[in-house]
Design a protein around this ligand. Structure first.
Ligand SMILES: [Zn+2]
Ligand SMILES: [Zn+2]
Length: 342
């Protein structure tokens, strides 16, 4: 039996499934829906044209000139710094030489007076002659040193390398929340998979029972490793270590992305863990207990306990720290009252 058009009050027979609304429609309504879809093309064309115009009008020279100005400023600042150091060192050196010369002059005067005195009195001893000779040799030596003074200046090379000026790449993959795209792909989660997930620049890291999987940007599994260590409470990526940090119930693990090996750190195994996050230098882990603590571990040269923040600094007595996240010098805590989770 033929079906009726899905549009209300339309009694015509349906002629096909409409692509835009997934409903069975009659020919007239199919045409209408089709026209409606086509009409949406025009505003899109306008937007593309507008973007094209903007690109054409983009003043590349101005953008380059602005950057050049910034680099020019850097150059001027560097020149100024060199000039300042140069002036300061010239003065320092002149001061040093002047002091030496005036000391030498005083000493010469002193010995000259002494000589005159001896000549006037026409009397001297062997000892005095030796002392005078030794002083004259010393003054001679001092004169030589002043002559050679230039060679006591040691100059090091000015180190300007590629890191003196860093040009940040314009990132194209940055997430713009104002234009969040529709669902891109759905990953099916097998039963028994643990909830926490994290990511690095290349992969989304997620537990898919029985594996820990590295999903690439196309949401394909790039690599995976069997996870035999039970509950995963949390995980975070450490750029400093280039390792995935996995928090078990009592253990902390590192996963090496290149060798796909799991390393149990065997540290503070008497503690119960719940959440973790890391900065460039430390790992923070919150404890799974009433009035939770936050334990800090150093990352380098080895992962080691460094300190612990306890209640009431971390949370109230009847609260638990459910989740922590570090960003840009700040640690954010999500605390839940124990009553609310019972
Ligand atoms: Zn339709
Ligand atoms: Zn119809």
């Amino acid at each position: 039996m033929s079906q009726n058009c899905s549009v209300k009050k339309c009694t015509r027979t349906s002629r096909g499934l409409c692509d835009c609304c997934q409903q069975e429609l009659c020919l007239q309504h199919l045409t209408e829906h089709n026209a409606l879809l086509i009409s949406q093309l025009n505003p899109l064309t306008d937007e593309i044209n507008a973007l094209g115009d903007r690109l054409k009008k983009l003043d590349i020279q101005k953008t380059i000139d602005n950057s050049r100005q910034k680099l020019e400023q850097w150059r001027q600042d560097c020149y100024k710094k060199i000039d300042n150091v140069f002036e300061q060192k010239c003065q320092e050196f002149a001061q040093l030489i002047n002091n030496r010369v005036s000391q030498q002059r005083d000493e010469l005067n002193r010995i000259y007076l002494k000589m005159s005195e001896l000549i006037n009195t026409q009397e001297t001893t062997r000892q005095e002659i030796d002392a005078l000779t030794s002083t004259i040799r010393q003054l001679e030596e001092n004169m030589n040193n002043i002559d050679k003074a230039c060679s006591v200046i040691n100059t090091g090379p000015l180190i300007i390398d590629d890191t003196s000026i860093l040009i940040e790449k314009i990132t194209e993959h940055e997430l713009d929340l104002s234009t969040l795209s529709p669902v891109y792909k759905t990953i099916h989660r097998p039963k028994g998979s643990f909830r926490p997930f994290t990511g690095n620049e290349r992969y989304l890291l997620i537990h898919q029972q029985p594996n820990i999987c590295f999903f690439d940007r196309e949401m394909n599994i790039a690599k995976q490793i069997v996870w035999p260590y039970g509950t995963i409470q949390d995980m975070c990526w450490s750029s400093a270590l280039n390792r995935l940090i996995v928090l078990g119930k009592h253990n902390i693990f590192l996963i090496n992305e290149n060798t796909m090996s799991i390393d149990n750190l065997h540290i503070n195994e008497q503690r119960c863990w719940l959440s973790c996050t890391c900065s460039d230098t430390v790992l923070f882990a919150s404890t799974n207990e009433d009035a939770s603590s936050i334990v800090e571990f150093t990352l380098a040269p080895a992962i080691k306990f460094s300190r612990e923040w306890k209640y009431p600094l971390t949370c109230a007595k009847d609260e638990i720290i459910d989740s922590i996240i570090y960003n840009n010098g700040n640690l954010a805590l999500m605390n839940l009252s124990i009553e609310s989770i019972l």
